[in-house]
Design a protein around this ligand. Structure first.
Ligand SMILES: [Zn+2]
Length: 315
């Protein structure tokens, strides 16, 4: 079993609590990931938009980025085989390592309205960015602003073009529908919704409707099914591993193939995880459940191959 997971907020917890990426008592750490059989974890720098609505996010981003780099350095010094994914070649090589991480940003306010800052963050290792959180920033409106009908701003279009050019994954989780469709139209490369589920099963504004799911399929992109209880079930108390399966199965059926679905747990960022899933260690139960439902080839694709393929196309 090798698990690629497109979203977690573990870095925020590590930064605030001074804990370690290798071993901690949060939802995710490398030690449990390796014990499980290995995996690639996207580690997002989440920039809180109430504090940094338009500007001021860059300094905070650098503080979390420093924490990530320090933790990666410690893993190397301790001789733990964890690859930091930076290139297509790295993406092709992930399975030859015990574990891997990919540095991401959640909330485009991180770049403080500057394409220069975006390029510098790329140089520091960032390989994916969620354009907005749920509020408005200078790139686009998030889902909380859906009523405005606002899509990508002129600057937002420049950001998508620059991310395409650099080889950075454009993440549409959290963006309002108008912005979603602008990204579909604008992006020259496959996109990703790192942590979103199916709206038809759970009508939360953060989830994707059928047309959006089909558009990501057409775009050759990927949807990371998320474990947040509120995005899995009407009543988050009912969320369980079977709910995760139901969202996966619904999207597979809509798409008519198994090439564009992965995971985006949102570990360490979710207040209500499924009642029978408490952290990265419980991926074994998810794997077991999916193995009873799908062929080995489909399980392989959902658990890691689809994400690694996408990275090889975009980075
Ligand atoms: Zn999120």
């Amino acid at each position: 079993m090798f698990i690629c997971d497109c979203h977690c907020d573990t870095l925020t917890e590590l930064y605030k609590k001074g804990t370690s990426l290798y071993a901690n008592d949060q939802h995710f750490d490398i030690q449990r990931q390796i014990a499980l059989g290995g995996g690639l974890q996207f580690c997002a720098i989440f920039v809180p938009t109430r504090e940094f609505r338009y500007y001021g996010g860059l300094r905070y981003t650098l503080q979390l980025l420093d924490k990530y780099l320090q933790e990666v350095k410690k893993l190397h010094v301790d001789g733990i085989d964890v690859l930091q994914v930076l290139t297509k070649e790295d993406a092709a090589d992930v399975l030859n390592h015990k574990a891997a991480t990919l540095l991401a940003i959640e909330e485009g306010g991180a770049i403080d309205g500057s394409l220069e800052a975006l390029r510098c963050l790329y140089a520091l290792g960032v390989r994916a960015m969620t354009l907005t959180w749920s509020n408005r920033n200078d790139i686009a409106d998030g889902v909380n602003e859906e009523g405005s009908g606002g899509g990508l701003t002129v600057f937002g279009r420049q950001v998508v073009a620059e991310m395409n050019k650099l080889g950075m994954l454009v993440d549409v989780s959290h963006i309002a529908p108008a912005g979603f469709w602008d990204v579909i139209e604008t992006s020259s490369k496959p996109i990703i919704a790192t942590h979103s589920n199916a709206k038809a099963l759970c009508p939360h504004p953060r989830n994707l409707d059928d047309k959006q799911i089909l558009a990501i399929n057409e775009n050759d992109g990927l949807i990371g099914v998320t474990f947040a209880g509120q995005f899995l079930e009407h009543d988050y108390n009912d969320a369980c591993i079977e709910s995760i399966y139901r969202h996966i199965d619904y999207m597979l059926n809509i798409m008519g193939n198994d090439d564009h679905i992965g995971f985006g747990s949102d570990f360490d960022g979710i207040s209500h995880p499924p009642y029978n899933l408490h952290g990265v260690q419980d991926y074994s139960a998810v794997y077991e459940y999916l193995s009873k439902k799908y062929s080995a080839s489909t399980v392989e694709k959902i658990t890691h191959k689809n994400v690694l393929n996408l990275l090889q196309k975009v980075l």
